[in-house]
Design a protein around this ligand. Structure first.
Ligand code: UGA
Length: 411
């Protein structure tokens, strides 16, 4: 099939390149000319495991800044960002894309894949219809959430747990069923707003598991109990599952924190008090600060002390630092007057744009050598077994290191 993908960020690129490798013809449309140029040269504009190799080996995709390129597509996936700004989800990128798309609509199926609040896709219909074509009659509209984890996004694309298709007209359902026919997993067909909230609820539940693990971890630490042992046993109950129980610094990234905040704001808007969701967020905000408290317990004031930070990405295998727990940790350290030396295998360039004035090193060992105490903020595998030279190490991610005066954040 001929597919257009609007927005070549993580979701758009992985979706497009994923479908290209299944034999479809892809046109990426992005307003960022630099990104377009890189994709045209088969260079991924972001780091994602396996993406570079796939892009090099495929020729069935192209990229442009021109929306008119969607004219001959059967499906137009919309994958632009929906950041959380000023207390609500910012839909400006979606709205401006919808307006551009509307100029070239004939009988395509427009499929939103950006994470949105229920009702958003339907609210865009008047924009899509601006030039006289009718939704569900001339062109189709659907919502198809993604459940891709950064760092595992391609693997998740090819092996999904489920595919959710929110579609209300028969033609959209038929064409999307055809597109996904070779995927061997449950396929759930719903109306559009149900599909929209399924994505938010999935992320909210994952966030809840993490904050729950952190709260229990904090209690277990005080009781001298290892929460990792606890969750290993608890997770064996098939109703619970062992995943997303890794206690530590909490969740960051471009999805879980903002989707949770958006769901909270929607709940409040409809007159509900989302007590659980609010608590999940509260635990997540205070958890990284525990690291600094442990540090102060050992070192006293942090004024003028050199603290090493290992890991800046919001999780391993990505260069993404959006809402990373490292931001909270580094900001607090700076506020306490500490000097910082940091290392991350992939995310230093992105982190430097926000914190240009801290020191960056080329390896974990260089950080350890130059610091009085060390914090592990992201669990990159290369930190495993690293020699800490007998120094104080506060671990936020349960990494096995050597020769450290060791304390875990909640174990
Ligand atoms: C998340 C969801 O996992 C995907 O299913 C979803 O598609 C995606 O958001 C999205 O909405 O697009 P992602 O943000 O890539 O994916 O990252 P996760 O693997 O979920 O990790 C998020 C954060 O939680 C990381 O900071 C990680 O360190 C933290 N985490 C994760 C924990 O602290 N403990 C855990 O047990 C698991």
């Amino acid at each position: 099939m001929k597919l257009a993908v609007i927005g070549a960020g993580y979701v758009g690129l992985v979706t497009g390149i994923g479908f290209a490798s299944l034999g479809h013809e892809i046109t990426f449309v992005d307003v960022d000319a630099k990104k377009v140029e890189m994709i045209e040269k088969a260079e991924p504009p972001l780091y994602e495991k396996g993406l570079k190799e796939l892009m090099k080996n495929l020729s069935s995709y192209r990229a442009t800044t021109e929306f008119k390129a969607i004219k001959n597509s059967e499906i137009v996936f919309v994958c632009v960002g929906t950041p959380f700004k000023d207390g609500k989800m910012d839909l400006s990128q979606l709205e401006s894309s919808a307006l551009e798309i509307s100029k070239y609509l004939s009988k395509q199926i427009v499929v939103l894949r950006s994470t949105v609040l229920p009702g958003t896709t339907e609210n865009l219909i008047p924009i899509f219809e601006k030039y006289g074509k009718k939704a569900f009659a001339d062109f189709g509209v659907a919502y198809n959430p993604e459940f891709l984890r950064e760092g595992n996004a391609l693997q998740d694309f090819f092996n999904p747990d489920r595919i959710v298709i929110g579609a209300e007209d028969e033609r959209s359902k038929k064409i999307l069923s055809e597109l996904y026919k070779d995927f061997n997993c449950p396929k759930i067909f719903t109306n559009i707003k149900t599909a929209e909230i399924i994505k938010l609820v999935a992320n909210a539940f994952l966030s809840t598991k993490i904050s729950f693990a952190n709260e229990i971890g904090n209690v277990c630490k005080k009781l001298g109990i290892d929460c990792y042992e606890v969750f290993e046993a608890v997770g064996l109950d098939h109703r619970i599952s062992p995943h997303f129980f890794k206690a530590g610094l909490g969740f960051g990234g471009s999805c879980l924190p903002k989707d949770l905040k958006a769901l909270i704001s929607k709940a409040v808007e409809v007159g509900e008090e989302p007590r659980i969701l609010k608590a999940v967020l509260e635990v997540n905000e205070s958890q990284p600060l525990r690291m600094i408290e442990i540090l102060k317990k050992h070192l006293g004031s942090l004024e003028g002390k050199k603290i090493g930070v290992l890991g800046l990405a919001f999780k391993p295998e990505t260069d993404d630092v959006r809402d990373a727990r490292s931001m909270v940790v580094v900001s607090k350290l700076l506020e306490e007057g500490a000097e910082i030396v940091a290392y991350d295998p992939k995310a230093m360039e992105n982190f430097r744009k926000i914190f240009p004035n801290i020191e960056y090193r080329k390896s974990a060992l260089e950080v350890i050598e130059g610091a009085e105490a060390i914090l592990i903020v992201t669990e990159w595998t290369e930190f495993e077994g690293v020699d800490c030279k007998g120094k104080l190490l506060v671990d936020g991610r349960r990494v096995k290191v050597k020769n450290a005066k060791y304390e875990g954040v909640c174990w």
